[in-house]
Design a protein. Structure first.
Length: 87
């Protein structure tokens, strides 16, 4: 998967997870929403892990996967990306 595709998928999964979280705040007894939240959360973690293995860390703190600690500094910064925001 290309970098842009990974980032788009991560954004969609994060939006879905937040939306489900808000729904569960109001409807904590809803088993379907709880199961969906668990499934989306697992898919989000896996997608972020796969992205970080291939392209480098998404954040400079926390549990981001990285083999080379310098990859965070050496990867392109947002303003260094190609025109249109895609690498």
């Amino acid at each position: 998967m290309k970098r842009h595709d990974y980032l788009e998928k991560i954004q969609k999964l994060q939006f879905f997870a937040i939306d489900l979280n808000l729904y569960l705040d109001i409807n904590p007894e809803c088993e379907k929403a709880r199961a969906d939240f668990e499934q989306i959360s697992c898919e989000l973690k896996k997608t972020m892990w796969d992205y970080e293995k291939q392209y480098g860390p998404l954040t400079n703190f926390g549990t981001a996967y990285f083999q080379d600690p310098e990859s965070w500094v050496n990867s392109p910064w947002p303003w260094e990306k190609k025109k249109g925001g895609k690498n």
